[in-house]
Design a protein around this ligand. Structure first.
Ligand code: UGA
Length: 459
């Protein structure tokens, strides 16, 4: 089949490449000629494991192309996926739909035959219905233009796998006038459906809400364990062992109970805020006031990390050399949008520390966002003469660090584990002072500790 994908960011580029991988003829569309040129040349403009190979394989096979031309896209296919960003509005909680509207307002006037616009972006509930009215008004094909919603659940760092082997496919269609959308999407996703991926058909608002509810639930789960970790800090309990024990209950599950620096990125934080804003507009604001608490528990993690670092260096950051390992909002991504790691690095600097940041993939993006921080080209370089080493993003490279890697590099053997992913006993035994976010001050100041290994974050 033929389809187009509008927007070639993390979501759109992955979707376009993976639809081609499923055997379809795909045209990716973006207004940024730089991105289109890179993708056309087989280069992914961001870091996503495995995506480069899928992209190049399908470019070579002639199933995938990229363009900036809307007329070309309108002529190419009858199914148009919409995968542009919906960031947070400046100074407001609500989502900024300007990119979604721009695509629709440019594409619809070019649709002169029956077509289906399939939204994948995360949008406030009610957006699909509004877009359908707008499309019908603007398109020469009028009522022949349908709008369906097929939310995307992919995680950065696992985008290819999540797109080709998703947990479920959710497809919302216009309940008042069901058209061809369901049949077309069943055909496009035929291989996935045949492989047993559940295909869930809903109305438009339900599909829109499934996505934001899923992200709200994940954010709540993380903030839940971080709230519990504050109680653990106060009592000396071990939040990692506690999470392990909770996780054995199949109704709860261990995933997303990784206590630490909390969630960031371009999705969870802005999605829970946009969800609250939309509920408010709908008169259901009371329903989601708990998300305000989820948000503030999460933001508090960042200040707690700065406080812990301050304690670790003896009470004042002024003049301290701090190494921050990790800048991306999570491992296997170069995304620094609302990154807890970078945020902490910035705060440490504001408190007078000399901060050196290292990340395996996110250095360029970090430099653009926080040009005043110092960036190192390796973990060892970042840690040179450090008074404390902070682990802020749990890249494998950092999880695997052992004391001997840094013994001779740092000025003081102090490590602060913001993701609770190191073996504290091992570091203490090697003469380091190991601090973990979410552990009690008593545990954190102990010179040697044995026999207890912290659990790893299971994301
Ligand atoms: C999230 C959702 O997981 C996807 O299903 C969704 O499609 C996507 O948002 C989106 O809306 O587009 P993503 O932002 O890639 O995906 O990242 P996650 O893997 O969800 O991680 C979010 C944050 O939570 C990261 O900062 C991570 O470090 C943090 N986290 C995760 C924890 O602090 N503890 C955990 O136990 C797990």
């Amino acid at each position: 089949m033929r389809c187009t994908v509008f927007g070639t960011g993390y979501l759109g580029a992955t979707h376009a490449a993976c639809m081609a991988e499923l055997g379809h003829d795909v045209l990716g569309v973006d207004i940024d000629p730089g991105k289109v040129a890179k993708l056309s040349g087989g280069e992914v403009p961001f870091y996503e494991p495995g995506l480069g190979e899928v992209l190049r394989r399908n470019l070579d096979a002639g199933r995938l192309r990229f363009t900036t031309s809307y007329p070309e896209a309108a002529a190419f296919a009858d199914v148009h996926f919409l995968g542009v960003g919906t960031p947070q509005k400046k100074g407001e909680y609500a989502a900024d739909l300007r990119h979604v509207h721009a695509v629709l307002d440019t594409l619809a006037p070019l649709l002169d035959r029956p077509s289906v616009i399939v939204g994948k972006s995360t949008v406030p509930v009610g957006t699909a219905a509004e877009l359908r009215c707008r499309a019908v008004e603007l398109a020469p094909a009028g009522e022949g233009v349908e709008v369906a919603w097929n939310p995307e659940f992919l995680r950065e760092g696992h985008a290819v796998e999540d797109t080709l082997r998703p947990d479920r496919l959710v497809v919302g269609v216009d309940a008042t006038s069901p058209g061809r959308a369901e049949a077309l999407l069943r055909e496009l996703y035929a291989d996935l459906i045949a492989a047993g991926v559940p295909f869930l058909l809903t109305d438009l608002p339900t599909a829109e809400l499934v996505k934001v509810s899923a992200n709200a639930f994940l954010a709540t789960k993380i903030s839940f364990i971080n709230a519990i970790s504050e109680v653990c800090e106060a009592t000396g309990a071990d939040v990692s062992a506690l999470a392990d024990a909770l996780g054995h209950d199949a109704r709860i599950g261990r995933r997303f109970l990784g206590a630490g620096l909390g969630f960031g990125g371009g999705c969870l934080p802005k999605d829970i805020r946009a969800f609250m804003a939309r509920a408010g507009e709908l008169g259901a604001d009371q329903a989601l006031t708990f998300l305000r608490e989820v948000d503030s528990i999460n933001m508090r993690r960042r200040t707690k990390m700065v406080e812990l670092a301050t304690r670790a260096v003896g009470g004042s950051l002024l003049g301290a050399n701090i190494a921050v390992l990790g800048a991306a909002f999570k491992p296997d991504s170069d995304d620094v949008r609302d990154s807890p790691a970078l945020n902490v690095a910035g705060m440490l600097q504001l408190h007078g520390a000399a901060v050196s940041v290292y990340d395996p993939k996110a250095l360029d993006n970090s430099r653009r966002l926080f040009p005043t921080l110092t960036y190192a080209t390796s973990a060892a370089e970042a840690c040179r003469a450090a008074d404390a080493v902070l682990l802020a993003t749990e890249w494998d490279e950092f999880r695997r660090l052992v004391p001997a890697d840094l013994d001779e590099v740092v000025r003081s053997r102090v490590i602060v584990d913001g993701r609770r992913c190191l073996d504290g006993a091992q570091w203490n035994a090697a003469g380091w002072r190991y601090f973990a976010l979410g552990s009690s001050p008593r545990d954190n100041s102990r010179e040697t500790r044995s026999g207890r290994s912290t659990s790893r974050v299971d994301a």
